[in-house]
Design a protein around this ligand. Structure first.
Ligand SMILES: C[S@@+](CC[C@H](N)C(=O)[O-])C[C@H]1O[C@@H](n2cnc3c(N)ncnc32)[C@H](O)[C@@H]1O
Length: 454
């Protein structure tokens, strides 16, 4: 089939949907054109830039009929920075789009008919991120710091970010300006030279504690003392300053070695009334307000009365496990990263739980073994990575038939696929509740409740 458009054509099209990158999609005789900056329902005049066999790209020349949900993106860096994709869509419009997107994916990919409820969004969808990982580099005149452009390693030099904390803004703007005076050379990725690679800032929302992690290429950091003094001056509520050493030629932010330069090794935060210790490299959800909403939804769907045995698969540092442990008889968590399991055990102890058990390993191997050993579950919670649940785990669920499954998902496509497998195996999806963990991005979390069909 030849494409119905040619490079440099000028066309008027109606936008039907948004892609995962936040580009508008229009169809010309069924041929998809991806158009940056265009929103669903808009009538736009476009210039075709590139024509491939199955799809093409175009840019907006004029918006003839704007969407009622179009707004001016409040962030000055929105067009260049790859962090947010939807700031030109009102927050209400984003939530409506996310609900529709989850609904469509469920129907199209999973033939799932369960109701998808309106997305639970934030009252104040700004400055929600409790963690910023800021890359540094040498600009033409002075050091630069910010976030990467979409799909690149080019840093957009920034002074602030509307979704991060005020403390991270201070590092991005004020600490950057001090680097030359401190004698710290930022890292040059191509030449693999220089000292400062990233600064990572984490904040405990409920405790106000702040950790600043300075990622350097070498252990020997002659400016360490001056850096600590400067950070303490700029960020008065800092409670922990840590150096992480990453000498490798890699995109991975952290290296293996971490040393505390000043203050505590960890910061603390609470979700609901559960307390967590967070170290420089611990996994911890980045939107603490919505994490509580997400976990409350999981708790609600779990319908615990105090007598249930619960398995939390893909448990990370045990956040969901501990959230459920107050209402359950017993919770067993499994997670593949051993360090995260150590964190989970420590956090269970910190909170005085005696009805939890954590084990490191692949969920698809550990859970079948637990069942063989007679450790059964009434409720099984899964919160897998984007690729979804391992098929062996889904088969174990289908064989062992826990009465209820609560599926927490960060990828609607794999959720739809896995719900189909579970429905074919005897479960019925009751309801799907999306939760907006990442306002202004195209990501959407969702929690699904499944029960054994009678
Ligand atoms: C989306 S996170 C969820 C973490 C946790 N429930 C939370 O809310 O913080 C998914 C977790 O699954 C873990 N993981 C990935 N593959 C796994 C596997 N095969 N078995 C067990 N855990 C796995 C990852 O290390 C990660 O911690």
């Amino acid at each position: 089939m030849t494409a119905p458009v040619m490079k440099n054509d000028r066309l008027t099209v109606t936008i039907e949907d948004l892609t995962h990158d936040g580009n508008g999609v229009a169809k010309v005789d069924g041929y998809p054109l991806f158009i940056a900056g265009a929103l669903p329902q808009e009538l736009v005049q476009v210039h075709v830039l590139k024509v491939l066999k199955n799809y093409g790209f175009a840019k907006v020349l004029e918006i003839l009929e704007p969407s009622a949900d179009r707004v001016i993106a409040p962030c000055d860096y929105f067009v260049q920075c790859g962090g947010c994709q939807l700031q030109h869509l009102s927050y209400e419009g984003q939530l409506k789009w996310k609900q529709r997107m989850v609904e469509n994916v469920m129907k199209r990919l999973g033939k799932i008919d369960a109701p998808v409820l309106p997305v639970k969004g934030m009252d104040e969808p700004w400055h929600y991120r409790n963690k910023s990982q800021i890359p540094f580099a040498q600009g033409e005149i002075a050091p630069i710091a910010g976030f990467y452009k979409t799909k690149s390693h080019t840093i957009v030099d920034m002074e602030r970010c509307l979704i991060q904390t005020a403390e991270a803004d201070v590092i991005m703007a004020d600490f950057k300006r001090e680097l030359t005076a401190l004698g710290i050379r930022p890292y040059n990725e191509e030449a693999h030279k220089g000292m400062l690679r990233h600064v990572v800032i984490r904040k405990g929302r409920t405790t106000n504690e702040v950790m600043v992690v300075v990622v350097t290429t070498a252990r020997k950091f002659p400016q360490a003392e001056a850096t600590v003094a400067k950070i303490r001056e700029l960020v008065p509520n800092v409670t922990s300053i840590v150096q992480n050493i990453n000498p490798n030629k890699t995109n991975v932010i952290f290296g293996d070695e971490t040393v505390t330069l000043w203050g505590k090794d960890v910061i603390e935060d609470t979700i609901g009334d559960v307390r967590f210790e967070i170290s420089a490299r611990s996994f911890y959800q980045v939107n603490p307000i919505q994490t509580e909403v997400l976990y409350k939804q999981a708790l609600d769907y779990a319908q615990l009365t105090g007598n249930e045995r619960v398995i939390d698969a893909y448990c990370g540092i045990g956040t969901i496990s501990l959230f459920l442990a107050k209402k359950a008889k017993h919770v067993m968590g499994v997670e593949i990263v051993p360090q995260a399991i150590e964190d989970a055990k420590r956090n269970a102890e910190l909170n005085g739980f005696t009805n939890t058990y954590f084990e490191a390993g692949p969920a698809e191997e550990i859970i079948p073994r637990w069942y063989k050993e007679g450790k059964e579950a009434d409720v099984l919670v899964v919160d897998p990575p984007r690729k979804g649940c391992d098929e062996a785990l889904l088969n174990t669920i289908i064989e062992q038939k826990p009465k209820r499954v609560v599926y927490v998902s960060c990828n609607p496509a794999t959720l739809a696929r896995d719900l189909r497998i579970l429905e074919d195996g005897g479960y019925q999806t009751q309801e799907i509740q999306p939760v907006d963990m990442f306002p202004h991005s195209t990501h959407c979390e969702a929690v699904a409740l499944l029960e054994l069909a009678l």
